[in-house]
Design a binder for this molecule. Sequence first.
Ligand SMILES: [Zn+2]
Length: 279
Amino acid sequence: MLIDTHCHIQFKAFYDDVEDVISRCHEKDMILNLVGTQAETSKKAVEWAEKYDWMYATVGLHPIQEYKTYVEEEADTFITRGEQFDYDYYKKLALHQKTIAIGETGLDRFHIPKNIDPEIVMTKQKETFLQHARLAREVNKPMSIHIRDAHEDMMPLLSQVKENSGVIHCYTGNWEYAQEYLKAGFFLGFTGVITYPPKKTDPKPQEWLNEVVEKVPLDRMVVETDSPYLAPHVVRGQRNEPWRVEEVVKRIASVRVLSMEELEAQLEKNSHALFPNMI
Ligand SMILES: [Zn+2]
């Protein structure tokens, strides 16, 4: 069974045709984890998970939503909220039986607003991240962690969240950082980024990521799309949809010389180990 462990089909990129997207996923007999990034999209994730038995929710405040800033991605442009993390609001959502994880939370140096000192922003992101960690421990659910251009910032925090389980979602770092996350007990989530060829101008990051895909223990990886973002190479630049997670599976299967069936079964097992509340 295909499981997209991280997607955002409750986002506005899907407003016009979400029913079609849902039926394309349902035809493939999938399980989806809908991840919230602020108050409204977290609440929506829970509402959808209530409506469809094959959908689950993850609730939290994304680090880039803490300040108002303009974001431009291949599939979407938007202005973030400038939202404070309301512990009690998220706790209510976190306690819902269809909520399987807390996030996405984490650290992001890529989308820092231009008019604010980056170190002030990072300090706030770290505080909010640790509040998510506290919530995850309180409700006994794993974390979904976002890290962009901020592995060095995350390293000292790992010892503080060691007793938490969870996933480093959309892992794109090198094997050294990967080993630190694995040692701290986290899974690594892979997206369509692993299907991209190395950039001619700067091939190193993709080569490092390929090394991670080759070396990560088979029982510590999960797959995701991060839809509407990060469409796999064959449709790069288009809006991504959860069923395209099969391109990610295909890529790993070829690197690890496994059949699709073998790998899918392993990934299903891993997803259940990562999210104990997912039935
Ligand atoms: Zn995401």
